[in-house]
Design a protein around this ligand. Sequence first.
Ligand SMILES: Cc1ncc(COP(=O)(O)O)c(C=O)c1O
Length: 438
Amino acid sequence: MVCLVPMMPNDGLRYVEEARRIVSEQNEWRGKKTLNLIASENVMSQGAASVYNSDFEHRYAEGEIGERYYEGTRYVDQVEALLDEALKKLFKCAYVNYKPISGAQANLAVFYAYAKPGDSVMSLDVPSGGHISYREFGAAGCRGLNVHDIPFNPSKLEVVLEELRNKVRQVRDKLRIVTLGGSLFLFPHPVREIATILREEAPDQDVVVHYDAAHVLGLIAGGVFQDPLREGANIISSSTHKTFPGPQGGLILAEGLTDKKISAIRKSIFPGLVSNHHLHRLPALLYTTAEMIAFGHQYALQTVRNAKRLAKALDELGFKVLGKEKGYTESHQVAFDASPIGGGTYVATRLAEANIIVNKNLLPGENSKNSKNPSGIRIGVQEITRYGMKEEEMERVAQMMSEVILSKTEPSRVAIEVEKLRAEFPHIGYTFDAIVQG
Ligand SMILES: Cc1ncc(COP(=O)(O)O)c(C=O)c1O
């Protein structure tokens, strides 16, 4: 054993102790005391977590299975072969790539593969739900692309297809990619209709229909949202940790792409954008994929049921919930307009004082300059669904939110109710945990 005298023992130890304290307090607080309603987060099962920290986190494996640039990769090859098989089975697709280490990086890979600087991409603007990575100030801009808005009707919460058709006619010569999907994502996008418009208006341009499934991947896996690859999308990019409850990371799925296009995305990821693809994620991703094959449908179904019930309950209590005419939501998300009750920042921070964690969000039709104090609140129920909460608990969650915001009850009093509710649901469901431990 190497035993050294530390150069600055007191200072060094202070950092060590602080790191341990912070992690322990975070685990206790977020794990036991809060209702996490952030739409982009989730928790891995105990089983997935048990294979997350391993020797893999110290290793490299550049290259492909059986063709690495490093030695010592026998077990990485085994994990990747299984992951390839399991993901293709779950998503019914011919090509998968789990090397991007985040959803934004997966988007950048798509932009690199299928467009060059000066080309155009169409995507939703941020208030309409688009993610920053496919806008001019995000990954699309980093690739030097011109970004055109997909027209969106803020009151109907729908893409305006006839306007889109006109826009495609205007920009068709340089249009290479249309990016669908988003961060505020209540209802499925018209993938089939848009693919048809592109075929009709730009048949010679070979425009790639790209669908960013970061938020809804778990719902797609569970078969309860839309099925983009069957509806005309050529390629899906995603995170692996939002409704899909895996380790943090990125993913590409594709079906029906030519060999040339597959080769382009593969090269844009490695050696383009990723060197080491953070191998410790892979066994946990495999584990979560297996859970989604086994339990994904029940989990996704309950998630959407919960979102609908929470939205209805909030509406009945007096919150201005979006999408009422369309059943509020078809996803894990619920959104409401907080402008009559103090604005997004006020509502989000007040709820956080009661340990109810949500995020403030721009709403469709809103000026994106309001991003520091937007009108909306976005909620996701996927994590509390994983803990086993159902419609009845959604009523209780809505009631607690109403107590804090509408009845102006002291948040610390509501925080006690939040902790009690959490204590009733200590275990993550829709997993093999009980079977594997038993
Ligand atoms: C639609 C969408 N795409 C991509 C991302 C980026 O994902 P990541 O944080 O994994 O880079 C997000 C982030 O929340 C998102 O909402």
